[in-house]
Design a protein around this ligand. Sequence first.
Ligand code: B12
Length: 353
Amino acid sequence: MIETETDFLTTSQAALLLQVHESSVKRWSNSGELKLEKTSGGHRRIRFEALLDFARAKDPGGDLLFFAPHEEEVARAALDARDRNQFDGVGELILRFCDTEPPRWLAHLIRYLEGPCGIPLTRIFDAGIGGALADVGTQWQNGSRTIALEHRFTQKILDALHAILTHLEDVDDAEESAEQALRAVHALDPKNAVASDRGTVEGRKRPHAVVGCSEGCHHEIGALMARILLQRAGWSVTYLGANVPFEEMAGIQELERAQVMCVSFVSPLGAGDVRRCLKVLNALQQPNAPYRLVTGGLSYLAGTEDQYETRIPIKFVESMEGFERWFRTQFAKELARAANFRNAVAGVAGVPR
Ligand code: B12
């Protein structure tokens, strides 16, 4: 077999996979602990096998080793996604893990790809999980995947997304306690003291969003991903789940004064459903509670925003990447304020992020 560059790792790739600085990799290879080789092109490189042997000996509890016996595939898929924006490998792993392993495998994979490998969560959602789900949809449509196997797959995705949410809640709780403790010892200047979204202390005001799925929409994964992105960015979110009557959405928005309402319209829903939603929301909108509407799902089937008559500003998004870009631009000031507060609390009290 002819060996190519992709059979080897550079020292910076090895450092990324081992979660260490490149200088450590160089030190270990100079001392002979980590075996270096020369490629046919004369470059100094590390074989996957050598890296894994080294990792097993040096740090048997390392993140990459969790995926045994698939460590090499995980490493290759992570590097393809990170260095070449190529997510086929990640998609294949998601399919395999959801079909054959317990739900925590997917949660670990997402954490590993995002954390040590630095792949944006939006890309993991759009191209990784979205790609795997599209394959599952095709398999269901052509009869090669039964309904039960499709549901089992989807539930594992949902479990992994809920695991991310639980982690976010834990961080939030830790920040909340740290904030209370700091306040008690006056470590925070009360004038600047920015407070919790739970409304107990004045100060920090997080932007607030309501997220849910359109009436008749049982495809919930996109809405859940949107919720995760918002919460991680510092929003407080009221999540309504699948199949929410439009009148009820309007009611919650008015009650909670949300600045943004996100509604998922996944196919087979389309333009007619978006139009009906707008009719109800526009009729019920209170002038003293303005907000913006974001629709996600297969909304490109619904055309473009300017085809609709609406007083409520509406934005169609087709990807999580586009969604995050949109809300980070539109609410930059509010998010910066929330982030400053969180950093201050985390810095003083050592809250894990
Ligand atoms: C999982 C799934 C289900 C699960 C959903 C479980 C759950 N709790 O969510 C179940 C089994 C319930 C289901 C039911 C049905 N499904 Co289905 N399902 C899928 C599947 C495999 C994945 C959908 C998904 O979650 N994708 C992941 C999301 C995240 O990706 P996305 O939808 O592309 O959205 C992206 C963006 O649009 C945006 N986005 C999406 N939502 C949101 C929301 C917000 C707020 C924002 C900001 C952004 C955003 O970001 C996403 C990520 O990139 C798709 C296959 C496919 N190709 O999509 C079929 C699919 C969508 N389903 C289909 C069908 C036909 C159905 C049913 C009618 C089947 C039936 N006969 O009962 C019902 C309809 C239920 C209903 N009324 O809504 C068809 C639709 C075909 C069509 N053109 O109309 C598809 C395409 C399968 C196929 N190939 O035929 N389904």
